[in-house]
Design a protein around this ligand. Structure first.
Ligand code: PLP
Length: 371
């Protein structure tokens, strides 16, 4: 469907598969982390290997680690429980000991949303770089924050962390290239870790091959439990020596697991069957964003992938609507059993994933009822 007012077409994406009988009875846009396995994914899980991963005998887990490492052009991978664990293990493995500082984008997950884990696990000082909307880390924005070893009053820079996608926006490959050039020109070289929880989305949105990202950074963490739709699981990739270190720290963190086969089978199923479907969720997000703008709402971020951030409270004020973002959130829940996130500034976060397609028109309908 394409109407004259709105140039972005509405198409209901193909279903990911069959819902399990215990699927939640509501539609959830708060995150893509809320996705759960389809019956088809459960089928893959029950046919997995059942070896013990700590003994190094879990064949589906080994196959998954090899599959992911190969996709990103890296030597090895380590399958872990969560995205936070993947990031923290990678950071800990890059930064051997204090004194150390780590340069990060102030909007990124490792700085803002991991409970201060890097200070706790690695003892490093985080140096957040604050950039305007639409700008991302590159050599120019990072260079002023690099500290060297020449002065013992300061913590030398031992790592740069980037995130892609960042709040749904694609970080241009040119930024990563310029960071890579800076990192290799530094003495000693400053490694780069990429939090690629949603790098799958960046790859699908841009067509940049996954291995091209791998060439520009030293390690990557990817999640299977976001848009790819598994219930848990992430993978860190890097050189073989680096991953040996990650594996050792995973044990120290209490993350050495046993029969991880079903989770590995789910992750592998998700790469093979769900990755190609992300483009449909991006198209739906793009439709929703365009529709909202045409209704007079402003968005706080570009809709490059699957996230739509609506500046609801300010839009209501501008449109003369005497309601709050919370009113919208409550009405959407009460009338449609649809959940969206609303933050303290009254910005609504709508994340499209494989199990909430049917809710998009409900959001539009309820928003229209406020105007
Ligand atoms: C960009 C990013 N990195 C890492 C994580 C952490 O993942 P987890 O919740 O599995 O620890 C998240 C979680 O939403 C995320 O959005």
């Amino acid at each position: 469907m394409k109407d004259a007012q709105n140039p972005v077409a509405y198409t209901l994406p193909p279903a990911r598969g069959t819902d399990p009988p215990n699927a939640p009875g509501y539609i959830d846009f708060r995150s893509d982390t809320v996705t759960y396995p389809t019956m088809e994914m459960f089928q893959a899980m029950i046919h997995s290997s059942m070896g013990d991963d700590v003994y190094g005998e879990e064949t589906d887990t080994i196959a998954l680690e090899e599959q992911v490492a190969k996709l990103f052009g890296k030597e090895a991978g380590c399958f872990v429980l969560t995205g936070t664990m993947a990031n923290q293990l990678a950071i800990r493995s890059h930064v051997a000991h204090p004194p150390a500082s780590i340069i990060v984008d102030a909007r990124c997950h490792v700085w803002a949303w991991e409970a201060g884990a890097t200070s706790y696990h690695t003892g490093a000082q985080m140096v957040p770089v604050y950039l305007p909307a639409g700008s991302y880390l590159d050599a120019d924005s990072v260079s002023p924050f690099i500290r060297d070893y020449s002065n013992y009053h300061i913590a030398p820079t031992k790592l740069i962390c980037v995130e892609n996608t960042l709040d749904g926006e694609v970080v241009p490959i040119a930024n990563l290239q310029s960071l890579y050039n800076l990192s290799r020109a530094s003495k000693p070289v400053i490694p780069i870790h990429l939090d690629g929880a949603r790098l799958w989305n960046a790859h699908v949105a841009t067509g940049v091959p996954l291995a091209d990202y791998g060439k520009l950074v030293d390690s990557i963490s990817v999640c299977f439990s976001k848009g790819l739709g598994t219930m848990m699981g992430s993978c860190v990739v890097g050189t073989k020596d680096f991953i040996d270190n990650v594996r050792r720290y995973r044990k120290i963190f209490g993350g050495g697991w046993r029969q991880s086969g079903p989770l590995a089978a789910a992750a592998s199923y998700a790469i093979d069957h769900h990755l190609p479907l992300l483009k449909h969720e991006h198209a739906l997000a793009s439709y929703l964003g365009a529709e909202l703008v045409s209704l007079g709402f402003s968005l706080t971020r570009r809709v490059d992938t699957n996230m739509v951030w609506i500046d609801l409270e300010n839009s209501f004020k501008r449109l003369g609507v005497k309601s709050t973002a919370k009113d919208f959130q409550n009405k959407l829940w009460e009338e449609e059993k649809v959940k969206v996130g609303v933050d303290a500034r009254g910005v609504a976060r709508v994340i499209i994933h494989g199990q909430n397609h049917a809710g998009v028109q409900k959001i539009i309908r309820v928003l229209k009822s406020f105007s």
